[in-house]
Write a protein that binds this ligand. Structure first.
Ligand SMILES: *[C@@H]1O[C@H](CO)[C@@H](O)[C@H](O)[C@H]1NC(C)=O
Ligand SMILES: *[C@@H]1O[C@H](CO)[C@@H](O)[C@H](O)[C@H]1NC(C)=O
Length: 219
């Protein structure tokens, strides 16, 4: 006879199976073989004598990407520059898995420096994947691994090219929000340290589309 604890066990196994289908992986770093960038590339203040710098390495055995650098003021602008890491080859990149059934971008990250000006972006259906990407702020406390969950309506594709801050927010103007089609057509994903001078040190385990934070906290 099936004991009650077995029934409960079966329930929790099937609940986990359901939860596992509750998100889609957009980026992982565990299948890149000897490619130490995992197909990502950096852009650190490319213009006007900017001095921000960073390095990006992927450890395929742990599946963790490690990005370390420093955002510095651009001397000619006397304002902070940026460091940007992103998936390469936007125009040739296969479309990422469909993010449109979900409500949030999720990132599993770990920060070792108190840096406060993080942004994440994705580009879709544009010929200008850098400046017409959808971008949102996020924050990460220093310490252990944590999951950041950013709702799609925190993203805007109208933002200042000097600060990265939205000039129109999706909550105020729906024309700058990602559409269902955009969420189906993502061809680039990037992370920015932008708009504030300072050192940063962040590790990234995965980037997903999903519906909430809680169920993702430990996986
Ligand atoms: C995620 O949220 C959307 C919008 O509320 C909903 O339509 C969808 O069914 C949810 N997906 C899952 C797997 O819960
Ligand atoms: C999303 O935006 C709101 C402000 O509109 C902000 O309070 C919230 O912290 C943002 N979410 C994340 C995860 O950064």
């Amino acid at each position: 006879m099936l004991h009650l604890t077995h029934v409960l066990l079966l329930f929790s196994v099937s609940a986990k199976t359901l939860l596992a289908a509750d998100f889609v992986d957009l980026v992982t770093f565990d299948k890149c073989g000897s490619d130490k960038t995992c197909g990502w590339s950096l852009e650190n203040d490319p213009v006007m004598g900017g001095q921000s710098h960073s390095s990006w390495t992927v450890d395929p055995s742990s599946g963790v990407a490690h990005w370390v650098g420093e955002v510095k003021d651009v001397p000619s602008l006397k304002a902070p520059g940026f460091c940007w890491t992103k998936t390469s080859n936007y125009y040739l990149h296969p479309v990422f898995p469909d993010a449109s059934p979900f409500t949030h971008l999720l990132m599993r990250v770990k920060s070792a420096e108190a840096y406060s000006a993080w942004k994440v972006s994705f580009a879709a259906d544009t010929i200008n994947p850098q400046f017409a990407s959808f971008k949102a702020d996020f924050s990460v406390a220093t310490g252990d691994w944590t999951t950041v969950a950013i709702p799609w309506d925190n993203f805007s594709n109208k933002w200042s090219s000097t600060t990265g801050e939205p000039t129109k927010s999706c909550k105020d103007d729906s024309s700058v929000c990602p559409t269902t089609k955009n969420l189906r057509d993502i061809k680039q994903i990037g992370i920015w340290a932008e708009g504030k001078a300072g050192s940063f040190d962040i590790e990234i385990l995965w980037i997903r589309a999903g519906n909430s934070t809680v169920q993702h906290a430990t996986i």
